[in-house]
Write a new protein. Structure first.
Length: 253
């Protein structure tokens, strides 16, 4: 089959490697937000499609047999576009969505709807905050310049936050609990703002926060379209064999 994976996640890359090894024709689609992505299997396409109409045209023109939505759990718009495009083009669609983290004993989570609500949850008093959101989601925190911010991202943050006390750490995961424990301790962090990304690669900071008794302000996941979904690469491989059964996916969130 010709399989198009909407990716950028670790799971997308791992699934692509397995599918390519199985003899499928593979195209990996990346949004282009990271200028130096990790090597990907198959043919790599970088950039948008021009909305669901453009994606549907691509699926038809390239004779794609299966579309796999393996985007980040917070890429709700792209997931919706994938559903609309798959229906228009008559292409089977499955989603690879890693399971969300769940709070356990010792966690101090404050769940919020988005970054603006996270700013309010931090409160007016100055705090020492680790922003674990990605460089393109931190702009709302310019409205709270009284805090110290520790910002970790794969690429430089541009424009920088207009706050008096900001430290930028440029690094690519996965990050271990031990490393994140040292990071939080060194910078005396007392609050973390994080997406509920799921998976093991970014969980180190959550476990370290629990160990230190640090509050985690957790952005809730957005509602995603209902499509046949799995949480692991192995489960996705099992669905590929039955891809033809999933044409005409529902679009209800």
């Amino acid at each position: 089959m010709h399989i198009l994976i909407l990716g950028g996640t670790t799971e997308a890359r791992l699934l692509g490697e397995r599918l390519a090894a199985g003899g499928h024709r593979l195209t990996m689609s990346l949004a282009g937000r990271t200028h130096a992505p990790l090597p990907m299997p198959g043919q790599v396409r970088i950039g948008g499609f021009g909305g669901p109409e453009g994606l549907a045209q691509y699926l038809s023109a390239e004779r794609v047999d299966l579309l796999v939505d393996a985007t980040h759990p917070y890429a709700a718009a792209m997931s919706e576009h994938a559903v609309q495009a798959a229906v228009r083009a008559g292409v089977a669609l499955i989603a690879l969505r890693r399971a969300a983290w769940e709070p356990v004993d010792g966690d101090r989570w404050t769940e919020v709807a988005g970054a603006q609500e996270a700013v309010r949850a931090l409160g007016p008093a100055a705090r020492r905050v680790f922003l674990a959101l990605g460089r393109q989601e931190i702009a709302p925190f310019r409205d709270a310049p009284q805090h110290f911010y520790l910002v970790r991202s794969v690429e430089p943050v541009d424009p920088p936050l207009p706050a008096a006390d900001v430290i930028y750490v440029q690094a690519r995961g996965p990050f271990s609990q031990e490393n994140d424990l040292a990071l939080l301790t060194t910078h005396r962090v007392d609050a973390i703002v994080s997406k509920n990304s799921g998976g093991a690669a970014a969980y180190g900071k959550i476990a370290a926060a629990r160990q230190l008794g640090i509050e985690v302000i957790m952005l809730r996941r957005p509602a995603l379209p209902r499509v046949p979904s799995v949480a692991t690469v192995d489960e996705a491989l099992a669905l590929v064999a039955h891809a033809g059964a999933f044409r005409g996916a529902e679009t209800k969130p």
